[in-house]
Design a protein around this ligand. Structure first.
Ligand SMILES: [Ca+2]
Length: 142
């Protein structure tokens, strides 16, 4: 009984040392010569790219999120790709977080440059100046 127990312990110890000695080597070999670039690391022979990067020709490169459905930016926004990320910016005449943009009411907020003799009319993404009755001109309205 004692002998069986001792034999069992010995084989368990052997198996453990075998694992310790050989396990890391296949990983190291699999990643030998694998160049993932600065935006990823080799994991068991495969490049694991950081978030915002994708594997192209074996190297982790910036992912252009804007190519895919404009990255979810609003229709009235422009998608700007950046290294590792992207951002959405509302177009001129709109404001918001880029995911949602709403028309700026220039006339109400007095952001227009219509002359005193013109009437400001809000439009989607802008505004228009039109001379009030009795005045003429292309914005100056004399
Ligand atoms: Ca990007």
């Amino acid at each position: 009984m004692d002998a069986d127990l001792a034999a069992h312990d010995a084989s368990a110890a052997d198996a453990e040392s075998l694992v310790d000695g050989s396990a890391p080597e296949p990983d190291a070999d699999a990643c030998e010569g694998v160049r993932c670039g600065p935006y990823g690391a080799c994991l068991e022979g495969v490049c694991d790219c950081r978030a915002g990067f994708e594997l192209v020709d074996g190297v982790c490169v910036d992912q252009d999120e804007c190519l895919n459905e404009n990255a979810g930016c609003a229709l009235d926004a422009v998608c700007i790709n950046t290294v590792g990320s992207f951002r959405c910016e509302c177009l001129d005449g709109y404001r918001g977080d880029g995911r949602e943009c709403s028309d700026v009411h220039e006339c109400d907020e007095r952001l227009d440059n219509c002359s005193d003799n013109a009437r400001c009319t809000n439009t989607d993404g802008g505004f228009e100046c039109a001379c009030i009755d009795g005045f003429v001109g292309d914005g100056m309205c004399r």
